[in-house]
Structure formats: structure tokens, C-alpha cells
Design a protein around this ligand. Structure first.
Ligand SMILES: NC(=O)c1ccc[n+]([C@@H]2O[C@H](COP(=O)([O-])OP(=O)(O)OC[C@H]3O[C@@H](n4cnc5c(N)ncnc54)[C@H](OP(=O)(O)O)[C@@H]3O)[C@@H](O)[C@H]2O)c1
Length: 338
């Protein structure tokens, strides 16, 4: 099952990225393929079509983050409990660990994961997943707040149903990719816990001890690359927050709800889609925090880059067509390069 989940996620990311890469090739034979794919990816200002066929309102973006919040919170809480009970990296009295392991039927935990060289490495791997999910939770909570409170989606703004379904899939697969190496074991552990609870009821719950300090201190014991990754994540996160605030303020007057203007400030001074650039920085932070050693997270990152560079190219074209005096020195998404 474990290889199945990891394999499935990897295939999905490759299947999502390849068509974008193919459509981006500068080959005249691929023009209609490129047009079809960009039709699926367009939304809001870049999807100005009279036909509403196969589209949904762009404010449905909030659905992505509701799904992401619920799913990431579930994965975070269950993985954190599993890490605390079954993979401690700070010393706890030996008998306590053995008892809890026995109670949950978890002696199999010592047959640690094949990809880790030692039991300690395996435990660090699980705590690393908790850390990555925590960063994801911080990201999707802000995005949910912004889609509801900051962005003033125009009533006429739409997105293609294909883009909508892709977004929903993304926010299920992305958090899962951050913990896919231990997800099957966490799942078995939780099932075991539920079964024990059904059999033993209140006695089972009263046997469980929680030391909140151990919960937190274990995260602080993580290694330097996790903290460098978190710093990169935070850098992208803060710039995305600022750029979204700028976008959200462009239509401060209610009568302007379908008007578009040239944004200025923060990373908008150097690129046209700084919020996409910031998203790439955020996911680069996750790659670094995972030590760059997990192919599934690299493939997730590849999809995010391909998808956002593709969308940024459409946005750049749209700005150049819409505004005659658009700043010529502004690149699409990668400063001084593209
Ligand atoms: N991880 C991923 O793969 C992924 C994929 C997609 C999006 N995202 C993230 O989701 C966030 C939002 O993406 P998005 O594509 O919805 O952004 P967007 O198209 O730029 O739209 C954001 C909001 O700003 C408004 N807006 C944009 N440009 C404007 C202008 N020139 N004048 C006035 N209003 C303007 C839009 O209005 P309209 O609705 O009228 O256009 C919309 O309300 C981004 O940070 C992005 O990184 C991530």
C-alpha cells in the first residue's frame, strides 16, 4: 500500500506537469494543444469570454482552501499524534514508550521504513513530515482568509471547470505528498486506536498520556535544513501576503469591481505575477525543509513551477494587450530572466 500511495502521487505529478511542458515547447505543430491547455488554465481577467460553458465562478477558489484546511489539519493532527506516541526523538521513560507501543498494537514500528538507514532516521523522517504539514497549514489558512476577506472577485470572473477540478485535486494531493512516506503507518495506527477505543472505551482514553511539552520540543530538535527551509518559506509567504494585499486593494471602490489596473509595489516592481513567484518560493522552502531528499516533493514542486510559469505567461500577454503603457522592464515571473 505504501509504495502504491507514493507511486500514485508521483505518477499524478508527472501526468500534471508533462502536458504543460509539452504545450510550452516553441513548436508550431503544438499551437492548438497550447491553446486548449491555456483555455483550461485561464481564470478571472485572462478568461474574458462571453460563453460561461464549462466554467464556475472564480470565487469558488475558496473551496480549494476549505478542502486544504480540513485535509491538512487532519493529516497534521494524526501524524503529530503518531510521531509523539510511536517515534519519539526526545527521551521518554522507556516503559512508557513500550506500554503505548503495545497498547496500540504498534510493535511493528520497530520494523522501520526501508528508505531510512536507522530507527532514529525514521523517527526524524516522521517529525519532518509533521513540520512540513505545519508549514502547509500556515500557508493554506492564510489563503483561505485571503480568498474570503482580501480578494474582491469580480462577479463576472470565472474559471474553467477543468481548472477547478485540478485545484481540488491539488489540495488533496499536495499535503499528502508531504507525509506520504509515513501516511500508511499513520492510517494503520489510527485504525488501531479507533478499534481499541471501541473495545476498551473510557479505559483506553485514560491510559493515554499527553505531554504537550514533548509535542513541541520534538519539533525544535529538528535539523538545520528544516529551519533554512522554514526561513525560505517565510520569505515567500510574507511577500505573497503583501502582493495579495496590493491586488485586493486595487478595487477599493465598489463601482470598480470589474475594472483592472496596473499594480505597483513590493515584487510587482520587477515581475507581473509576484504572487505566483512567491508561491514558488514557498514550495522551494518545503523542498529544502525536506532536505531535498524526497522525489515526491520534488515532483510536486515541478508541477507548481510549471503550472505557475504557464499561468504567468498568459497574465503577461494579457497585461501587454490591455495596457499600452505597461512597464516594459517587468518580467512575467522570474526577475531579469522571464
Ligand atoms: N500552487 C499552485 O499551483 C497554484 C495554482 C493557482 C493559484 N495559486 C495561488 O493562488 C493565488 C491566487 O491566484 P489567482 O490565479 O487567482 O490570482 P489572480 O488571477 O492574479 O487574481 C487574484 C485576485 O486579484 C484580482 N486581480 C488580479 N489582477 C488584477 C488587476 N490588474 N487589477 C485588478 N484586480 C486584479 C483578481 O481579479 P479577477 O478575478 O477579476 O481576475 C482576483 O480577484 C496566487 O498567489 C497563486 O500563487 C497557486
Amino acid at each position: 500500500m505504501e509504495v502504491g500511495l507514493v507511486g500514485l502521487l508521483r505518477v499524478s505529478w508527472i501526468a500534471g506537469t508533462l502536458p504543460i511542458l509539452i504545450a510550452s515547447l516553441p513548436c508550431s505543430g503544438l499551437t492548438s494543444f497550447h491553446r486548449a491547455l491555456s483555455g483550461f488554465a485561464k481564470r478571472g481577467k485572462t478568461l474574458q469570454s462571453s460563453s460561461e460553458k464549462f466554467t464556475v465562478p472564480q470565487k469558488f477558489f475558496s473551496h480549494f482552501y476549505v478542502v486544504a484546511m480540513v485535509w491538512t489539519t487532519f493529516l497534521l493532527v494524526t501524524t503529530w499524534i503518531y510521531a509523539y506516541r510511536m517515534a519519539p526523538i526526545v527521551s521518554k521513560p522507556f516503559h512508557y514508550y513500550t506500554i503505548t507501543s503495545h497498547l496500540t498494537g504498534g510493535s511493528h514500528i520497530f520494523s522501520w521504513h526501508k528508505t531510512y538507514s536507522s530507527p532514529m532516521e525514521y523517527r526524524y523522517g516522521i517529525w519532518q513530515s509533521v513540520f512540513l504539514l505545519l508549514l502547509m497549514e500556515i500557508h493554506v489558512s492564510r489563503r483561505l482568509y485571503e480568498t474570503i476577506q482580501v480578494f474582491d472577485y469580480s462577479p463576472s470572473a470565472r474559471m474553467h471547470i477543468f481548472g477547478y477540478l485540478t485545484g481540488l485535486f491539488f489540495y488533496i494531493a499536495a499535503p499528502l505528498s508531504l507525509c506520504c512516506n509515513c501516511a500508511p503507518e499513520v492510517y494503520k495506527f489510527m485504525l488501531n486506536g479507533v478499534a481499541q477505543f471501541i473495545v476498551e472505551g473510557k479505559n483506553y482514553v485514560s491510559d493515554i498520556e499527553f505531554d504537550w511539552w514533548v509535542f513541541v520540543i520534538s519539533l525544535l530538535k529538528l535539523r538545520w535544513h528544516q529551519w533554512i527551509g522554514a526561513a525560505i518559506f517565510l520569505w515567500g509567504w510574507i511577500h505573497q501576503l503583501r502582493c495579495h494585499a496590493i491586488l485586493g486593494s486595487l478595487r477599493d471602490h465598489k463601482e470598480q469591481t470589474s475594472e483592472y489596473v496596473i499594480p505597483h509595489g513590493d515584487w510587482f516592481q520587477i515581475v507581473s505575477s509576484p504572487h505566483y513567484l512567491a508561491e514558488i518560493v514557498i514550495y522551494a522552502g518545503l523542498v529544502v525543509a525536506s532536505r531535498g531528499a524526497d522525489l515526491t516533493i520534488w515532483l510536486l514542486f515541478g508541477f507548481v513551477v510549471a503550472n505557475l510559469v504557464f499561468a504567468a505567461a498568459e497574465t503577461q500577454r494579457w497585461y501587454h494587450q490591455k495596457f499600452k503603457k505597461y512597464p516594459r522592464n517587468r518580467n512575467a515571473i522570474i526577475p531579469f530572466f522571464y
